[in-house]
Design a protein around this ligand. Structure first.
Ligand code: NDP
Length: 291
């Protein structure tokens, strides 16, 4: 048996096409969604992400506003920019690219974003809303993983899910989303005892560890659906957190790296921007873009 490959690249392209259609429909009502991306400093990976975010935002017909600030920007200046973007009706989504330079307080900066424009879903109010089952903005990467899982498996109720990683960006919101879909969820981390045995119980295994090819094929339950969030740069190129070669004959389905979860993240950022725009204009949430 060989695992089915979950084509995140194709799924994300389909999602962006749907979003473009919805954006065109909004244009008929005189509404144009706008996404502002703030980049502080010159982190090379962040620059690449910000560029592709800007390009894809324009491709779906939204307005893209880029704010590049020097690495030495004082926190008051960054907060003043966020306050201006919060007040700007042309801006429906605000994303502050992480990581921020060390002298800036990441939590204070994120929590300064108006929650309804927080398209990354990192504001403490959105985190709390997700955790309590209220209408939230949901972090893009786990939202993308959820879409792929639902597409593959349909109803997730009763499935045993193991999420490896407990970051605020991926692991924790992923666990919340799976729980909300009635999976039975275990969150593993660096102190988890006998991780391979735990993973072998999972119908759904999400790896968000940040270690190249960490999860081995013999940790995977035969037929399980494996979502590999990892992006690790090695001499051999980009690899995930799952050892793809040994996982392939065991898993039922698996996301490749690259071409799996990665493209879903930006597509979901656009989805969140569309959702934020609909909500700002008193329209119903676009279908299938929110959990
Ligand atoms: P973090 O470094 O914030 O979190 C990593 C998690 O993995 C931590 O909870 C850590 O545990 C856990 N961990 C580390 N080592 C082990 C171990 N030996 N056994 C079990 N658990 C372990 O990473 P992120 O969540 O931000 O990102 C995870 C991966 O996903 C990275 O490769 C990142 O590049 C990628 N990523 C990809 C995105 C995409 O768009 N595809 C978006 C965001 C991230 P502990 O808490 O105990 O330290």
């Amino acid at each position: 048996m060989t695992a089915a490959i979950i084509d995140g690249k194709a799924f994300a392209a389909g999602l962006r096409a749907r979003i473009a259609t919805e954006v065109a429909a909004l244009a008929d009502r005189g509404i144009k969604p706008g996404l502002a991306v703030v980049l502080v400093g010159e982190d090379p990976a962040s620059q690449v992400y910000v560029r592709s975010k800007g390009r894809m935002t324009v491709e779906v017909g939204m307005a893209s506003f880029e704010h590049r600030l020097p690495a030495t920007t004082p926190e008051v200046e960054l907060l003043a920019l966020i306050a201006r973007l919060n007040a700007d009706p042309a801006v429906n989504g605000i994303l502050v690219q992480l990581p921020l330079p060390r002298h800036l307080n990441e939590a204070a900066v994120i929590n300064a974003i108006a929650p309804e424009k927080d398209v990354d879903g990192f504001h403490i109010l959105n985190v709390g809303r997700l955790a309590t089952g209220q209408r939230a903005m949901v972090p893009c990467t786990p939202l993308g993983c959820l879409m792929l899982l639902r597409d593959r498996l349909g109803d997730l109720a009763g499935k045993r899910a193991v999420v490896i990683g407990r970051s605020n960006i991926v692991g924790k919101p992923m666990a919340q989303l799976l729980l909300r879909d009635n999976a039975t969820v275990t969150v593993a981390h660096s102190r988890t005892a006998d991780l391979p045995a735990l993973c072998r119980e999972a119908d759904i295994l999400v790896a968000a560890v940040g270690r190249a090819e960490f999860v081995k094929g013999n940790w995977i339950r035969p037929g399980a659906t494996v979502i590999d969030v990892g992006i690790n740069r090695t001499e051999a190129g980009l690899v995930g957190d799952v050892d793809f070669t040994s996982a392939l004959p065991v898993a039922g389905a698996i996301t490749p790296v690259p071409g799996g979860v990665g493209p879903m993240t930006i597509a979901c950022l656009l989805a969140n921007t569309l959702t934020a725009t609909a909500r700002a204009n008193g329209l119903p949430d676009p279908e299938g873009l929110t959990p």
